[in-house]
Write a new protein. Structure first.
Lengths: 107, 115
């Protein structure tokens, strides 16, 4: 079993829909990262969380330390949100990566 | 098949010294990316090399530099080390095809400690 599991692996939605991507982990962590990989570019760090909730524009990230679970939400989704979204956890001075969720938003 | 390999695993330097980090991409991959993950901060994009050329650079000072060799392996050099350079440095490789999906595969990282 992978130490960081993301779901779904692929997600296609219509413009304007509310999007949720989930991440579960099984190790002790000091922080959880949500990252975005756009076609052709480097990976961009969206959020780093150790507790609670963070919001940036239309993106919201939450973490429940007791349940070892985090969610990334996108409100009012737009085709430019199409990307691969990756959950990674910092554990014992390492980064452990989820497999990523490929999101496609159709106009 | 071997994944992305980085060396050394851990590097200890003092302020003002130079550090050299190495990365071997997955066989067949032509692109190498470097990232810095400092304690308490998210992943920061440093450099992207493809086919031996620097394609993109993050917001880091010029003392962070690198190169890609003909066999597509890469070096990251950090000159005049400062305490805040202490971080985990990650290398990733991909096969750049210009298509919409360009998955990067990451190495285990080099932990640089500046004393």
């Amino acid at each position: 079993k992978n130490e960081v599991e993301q779901s779904p692996q692929n997600l296609t939605a219509q413009e304007g829909e509310f999007i949720t991507i989930n991440c579960s982990y099984s190790v002790g962590i000091s922080a959880l990262h949500w990252l975005q990989q756009h076609p052709g570019g480097g990976i961009v760090s969206l959020f780093m969380l150790s507790s609670g909730k963070k919001k940036h524009g239309r993106l919201i990230a939450t973490i429940n330390i007791q349940e070892k679970h985090s969610s990334l939400h996108i409100t009012a989704s737009h085709p430019r949100d199409s990307a691969v979204y990756i959950c990674a956890v910092s554990s014992n001075y390492q980064l452990i990566w989820g497999a990523g969720t490929k999101l496609i938003i159709k106009p | 098949e071997a994944g992305v390999t980085q060396s050394p695993t851990h590097l200890i330097k003092t302020r003002g010294q130079q550090a050299t980090l190495r990365c071997s991409p997955i066989s067949g991959h032509t692109s190498v990316y470097w990232y810095q993950q400092a304690l308490g901060l998210g992943l920061q994009f440093l450099l992207w090399y493809d086919e031996g050329e620097e394609r993109n650079r993050g917001n880091f000072p010029p003392r962070f530099s690198g190169r890609q060799f003909p066999n597509y392996s890469s070096e990251l050099n950090v000159n005049a080390l400062e305490l805040e350079d202490s971080a985990l440095y990650l290398c990733a490789s991909s096969l750049w095809t210009g298509e919409t999906k360009n998955i990067q595969y990451f190495g285990a990282g080099t932990r640089l400690s500046v004393l």
